[in-house]
Design a protein around this ligand. Structure first.
Ligand code: SF4
Length: 417
């Protein structure tokens, strides 16, 4: 166990190999069923979103790209007129859209297209039928999960002010609906409530926020959103993230303590679920125990997942990279990491690849672009993006989470046989 200041951190600001914030649209559009995401960008942006989200054949898609033409980019045409035309056409054709996000990109930032003014202008035309918000998913200075943080941040000023005199719990960060239902049942059993989730399933049903709001974060990449909610009076409950049995127990306990739930009631309420999760983990622990892990910085989930893999699966941590180290978000996690861990923040990809090759870890967690070359060099890899797309939170998913890391090792073992 360690404290933040004791842990050595390699800080790098070189070339990075990560997706941009547009990627968040993939899970955000599934979560908020009445929202539409209109990327204002180039053909590259359209390709990224399309290939990350897959092509929807049967359903009306809820994301698209308004492509900036060469005339827009050269400043020869007024991109605002074109944007107004595209938005009007879209909203005429799609009465089901209740919230429209204008999503900025590298090209829209380069030509300094002011999407907040565009949203203001279009709101004048379309409110109250459609609310138009904006955020940036540009990859210039961000990593891919920051797209969700920016999206949620854009909604915070529109959340109603909470007027209740008793405390209420707000879970922040997208989790799959099935996980949301499991957590709701568990909070109910504990006697913690009322509980709301942000983002909500319908973007227009924004939860209230105020001095009686207690925040519990489900994702470690929603730092700016947490700060914006705190600026509106909410209090952050510090806790590790709900990955694995220990993480989920500590996360639920933070809420239970705020609601003065007795230890005896807490232990009894979580026991059946925690016991099942321990059982599910056992089988993967035998495959992962003693294996050496190297995490490249990608999703911002690296620190909580390393904690889970070390504490509950017995893995040895070689290097744990994170795109950025946010103390407010990571305090409770860092305190649980072993003293021997090498943390790294940011990236200089060639140097980091060299460290990885020297260490020859048993498992490397990295982005898609690095995985294939490392596999060709005989290293076993796991795509970090899969960890964001899969339901991995809570007791019920603890076994599945461990399996995601055990699978590449199992495949290697079978191939060797
Ligand atoms: Fe590429 Fe930037 Fe568009 Fe992302 S926003 S796809 S990094 S051009």
């Amino acid at each position: 166990m360690s404290t933040v200041l004791e842990l050595p951190v390699i800080r790098e600001r070189g070339q990075r190999e990560v997706f941009c914030g547009l990627t968040g649209i993939v899970w955000l559009h599934r979560k908020m069923q009445d929202a539409f995401f209109l990327v204002v960008g180039s053909r590259t942006c359209a390709h990224l979103v399309q290939s990350a989200a897959g092509v929807m054949i049967f359903a009306e898609p809820r994301f698209a790209t308004a492509i900036l033409s060469e005339r827009d980019l050269a400043g020869l045409a007024d991109a605002n007129d074109e944007l107004d035309r595209v938005v009007t056409q879209l909203l005429d054709r799609r009465p089901d859209i209740r919230t429209l996000f204008l999503v900025g990109s590298c090209p829209s930032e380069v030509i300094k297209l002011d999407l907040s003014r565009a949203a203001e202008r279009l709101n004048g035309q379309f409110m109250p039928r459609v609310q138009i918000l904006n955020y940036s998913g540009s990859g210039i200075e961000t990593t891919f999960t920051q797209g969700e943080d920016a999206c949620l941040c854009s909604m915070v000023p529109h959340m109603p002010k909470s007027t209740t005199a008793t405390q209420e719990l707000l879970i922040v960060g997208t989790v799959a609906d099935v996980v949301e239902d499991q957590f709701s049942r568990m909070f109910d059993k504990l006697g913690v409530g009322p509980v709301r989730f942000f983002p909500p399933r319908r973007a227009r049903d924004l939860p209230p926020v105020g001095p009686n709001t207690r925040l519990l974060l489900a994702q470690p990449f929603v730092g700016e959103t947490a700060r914006a909610l705190m600026a509106r009076g909410a209090t952050l409950l510090s806790a590790p993230y709900p990955f694995g049995v220990n993480g989920t127990t500590a996360w639920l306990k933070a809420a239970a303590d705020a609601w003065n739930v007795s230890d005896a009631h807490f232990d009894a309420a979580i026991a059946p679920n925690a016991d099942r999760a321990r059982l599910a983990l056992e089988r993967y622990r035998t495959q992962l125990e003693g294996k050496r892990l190297f995490m490249f910085p990608d999703s911002q989930l690296e620190i909580p997942l390393s904690r889970f893999l070390h504490e509950e699966c017995g893995m040895e941590l070689v290097e744990v990279g994170t795109p950025y180290l946010d103390k407010l978000m990571m305090d409770a996690e860092l305190a649980r990491l072993p003293d021997t861990v090498q943390l790294s923040e940011g990236q200089d990809v060639e140097k980091q690849l060299d460290r990885c090759r020297d260490a020859r870890p048993d498992l490397t967690v990295c982005g898609l672009g690095l995985a294939n070359p490392l596999e060709a060099e005989g290293l076993r890899t796991k795509w970090s993006i899969e960890l964001v797309f899969s339901p991995v939170h809570g007791f019920e998913q603890a076994g599945d989470l461990a399996e995601l890391f055990a699978r590449p090792l199992d495949r290697a073992r079978r191939l060797a046989v």
